[in-house]
Design a protein around this ligand. Structure first.
Ligand code: 5GP
Ligand code: ZN
Length: 121
């Protein structure tokens, strides 16, 4: 799941380009393995995407499961920093068509700052 920097995947993938700082994003956190940036079309007062630096299309292609824990750790740290940890927040990973995945570089949505319904649409 190593990103081929400068290769086909990195050039074609929107989130690889954000990771490479080739296109701008409002970055709110960076670690060795992950970066987090605000969603361009927020669905809640806090809507942040946490992505691995390495390209992996979705949960279905994950081989290094540590990365999923690292995404969750960054998101939880950000929930505290954004002041929504106590009231509540939601972490979502959409996978493939039925879930509505539109960008095929694994990402964890951190949503909060408003009351959310269940079940999701
Ligand atoms: P998905 O539907 O794949 O789970 O989520 C993709 C998310 O990426 C959507 O919430 C969408 O608003 C966000 N998004 C798409 N293009 C961009 C972009 O260029 N910049 C940022 N910051 N977010 C994007
Ligand atoms: Zn990518």
């Amino acid at each position: 799941m190593t990103a081929r920097r400068g290769g086909d995947v990195a050039e074609a993938c929107l989130f690889c380009r954000i990771v490479a700082k080739g296109i701008p994003a409002k970055i709110v956190a960076e670690t060795d393995d992950c970066i987090a940036f605000r969603d361009v079309n927020p669905q809640a007062p806090v809507h942040i995407l946490v992505v691995p630096r390495a390209h992996v299309p979705s949960l279905n292609q994950v081989t290094d499961w540590m990365i999923v824990g690292k995404l969750a750790q960054v998101a939880t740290d950000l929930a505290r920093r954004e002041g929504i940890a106590e009231k509540g927040y939601r972490l979502v990973i959409n996978t493939n068509a039925d879930a509505g995945q539109t960008v095929f570089h694994l990402h964890l949505h951190l949503l909060g700052g408003r009351k959310m319904g269940w079940p999701p649409g």
